[in-house]
Design a protein around this ligand. Structure first.
Ligand code: LIP
Length: 308
């Protein structure tokens, strides 16, 4: 297997067509989850922990995305957050987060999105895949972010007309990461917390150390949007442990096409469920230097016990 797949091997006209299809998919699913959210939305089931919830609309959104991909691109594989993977024969796989920010959505908070990416390689293995094109639709804030490898990253106004059920997209505006330098004190940093309570103990310890040293910390609840906000220069950096390929595939392409860097904890490493770090290069360097010693220490002592 190619451990370093190159999205540039997909011809530019095909990349452009894939980006347009990713946009179409994200907008359609974004409209569905925005317009058809039931007032009495509840939790249908839980996954990795009792905090990791699935709603009816996560399932409906993924079903819509899968049906359209099967209809228009039957040879492509699919990896979706709710229904898992289907192998394809084209070498391309669609990586779908039908609602990123599900807990926001459950509580009717606006910070959720539909994230759609198409990648080369195996999205189940960190470092064995790379995004070719992607789109993130944020229907409540009326924004669409999209990118293709080598084609730049873009933001467009997204208006969903709830009466007619039609969407309109504004003109594309280019995205560029911020350039605040590497000094922590000047950085507005996004992060997120796991559904695993044990992992949150370490995440709380890390953020407690970082918070007094940076400009401030934001926790939006949706990694795809955090990455798009980095791409748009609205956050100087973002880090999180515990995110999956479907959370980050489209957003990380937006960051890299906006002139930024997305990596793992070590310099030159790839993002993985254990860690993702994004921003302009100086901000990433500054954050890595601060976070590395915090993340490489052992697990915290259980409550009541004190380390020597
Ligand atoms: C969410 C991520 C977020 C993280 C949440 C959760 P979901 O994904 O986007 O960054 O902090 O714990 O993993 O479950 O809403 O698709």
């Amino acid at each position: 297997m190619d451990r370093h797949p190159d999205p540039g091997l997909v011809p530019e006209p095909e990349r452009r067509a894939l980006e347009a299809f990713a946009v179409e998919l994200a907008v359609a699913a974004g409209r569905l989850v925005h317009q058809e959210r039931p007032d009495d939305l509840g939790v249908r089931r839980t996954k990795t922990s009792e905090l990791d919830v699935v709603t009816l609309m996560d399932e409906r959104s993924e079903a819509l995305l899968r049906a359209r991909i099967a209809e228009h691109r039957p040879a492509d594989g699919i990896l979706g957050e709710e229904e898992g993977s289907r192998t394809g024969s084209s070498g391309l796989t669609w990586v779908l987060d039908p609602i990123d920010g599900t807990v926001n959505y459950l509580y009717d908070l606006p910070g959720y999105a539909v994230s759609v990416a198409v990648v080369v390689g195996d999205p189940g293995i960190p470092g064995a895949w790379a995004p070719v094109a992607g789109a993130v639709a944020s229907p409540t804030t009326g924004e669409l972010f999209h990118a293709r490898a080598g084609g730049g990253a873009w933001r467009r106004a997204l208006r969903v007309d709830t009466h007619t059920g039609t969407d309109s997209l504004g003109p594309p505006r280019p995205l560029a990461v911020s350039e605040p330098g590497r000094e922590l004190g000047g950085l507005l940093v996004g992060t997120g917390f796991s559904y695993d309570r044990e992992r949150r103990v370490q995440q709380a310890r890390v953020v407690a150390d970082l918070l007094p040293r940076v400009r401030d910390v934001r926790r939006s609840g949706a990694a795809a949007l955090d990455l798009c906000h980095v791409a748009a220069g609205r956050l100087d950096g973002y880090y999180e442990s515990g995110v999956q390929a479907w959370d980050i595939a489209a957003g990380m392409l937006c960051v890299s096409e906006a002139g930024g860097l997305v990596s793992g904890l070590e310099e030159g490493s790839v993002p993985s469920p254990s860690f993702v770090l994004a921003g302009g290069r100086p901000a990433v360097d500054g954050l890595r230097e601060a976070l590395r010693p915090l993340l490489l220490v052992g697990p915290p002592s259980p409550p009541g016990e004190h380390p020597a």
